[in-house]
Ligand binder design. Structure first.
Ligand SMILES: [Zn+2]
Length: 241
């Protein structure tokens, strides 16, 4: 019963957190090593990440998205609010297979934004809900479970778990958004012959490794959600006995 007030006392909770953490660490180590490996492989086209990003945007008739360098490693992202595509300095200036893959992937998000891709629109609209869920969901669930275990209503625990589910949903909706951006990137790089032959496989390896980090995050969130759901169901089950 104490475990409901202090989830850190429940070994199962530590296992759930540990599995999530290990998955995330493996995924992030993999993306770093794959990126490092293919940063050493120059593309035969010789274009830089920034040039390729601008060319793909132009080809899609997108003229209002700025392409800027941003400090850091793997800090590349598309900012829909300012319509800015920020490429990390190593990607912006480099003509490696890894750089072109990442640059084209980020352009994929700009294209999703311009074409009102449904999963991206939902994901953007869901950000505030997911933020509330990630900051409060755990505490509302834990306190609600405490009340429920003490004989009170489980309503608060259910509200908490619903808030938690909102963040899990966010991590799940991120998956099609990321997969779609990578699919677009690889198709464009191949069709435009910016990358040829083995170069495409290198870019694919980098983008697949990056996608795995999102899969790990979704799996970790889903595991935690299931844990809390089972805690509530256990309290409910004991009452009905
Ligand atoms: Zn992405």
């Amino acid at each position: 019963m104490l475990a409901f007030f202090f989830p850190n006392l429940d070994p199962v909770y530590w296992i759930v957190l540990g599995v999530g953490l290990v998955l995330s660490l493996i995924a992030s180590a993999r993306v770093k090593s794959t990126f490092a490996r293919y940063s050493q492989v120059p593309s035969s086209s010789g274009f830089t990440g920034a040039q390729v990003a601008r060319a793909i945007l132009q080809a899609h008739g997108i003229h209002d998205v700025a392409v800027e360098p941003v400090p850091g490693q793997l800090s590349d992202h598309y900012d829909p609010s300012s319509k800015t595509l920020r490429l990390s300095e190593p990607v912006f200036h480099s003509h490696s297979v890894a750089a072109l893959g990442v640059a084209a992937h980020e352009v994929g998000h700009a294209i999703q934004h311009a074409t009102r891709y449904a999963a991206l629109q939902f994901r953007s609209a869901w950000v505030p809900v997911a933020n509330i869920g990630s900051s409060l969901g755990l505490w509302v669930t834990v306190i609600g479970l405490g009340l429920g275990t003490a004989g009170g209503s489980l309503l608060m625990a259910w509200i908490g778990v619903a808030m938690f589910a909102a963040t899990t949903l966010f991590t799940l909706v991120t998956l099609p958004v990321e997969f779609d951006a990578s699919r677009r990137a690889l198709a464009t790089l191949q069709q435009s012959r910016v990358l040829v032959g083995d170069e495409v496989d290198g870019a694919r390896a980098v983008l697949n490794a990056a996608a795995l980090t999102y899969v790990a995050a979704a799996a970790a969130s889903l595991l935690q959600l299931l844990y809390w759901l089972m805690q509530i169901l256990a309290v409910q089950g004991r009452r009905e006995e």
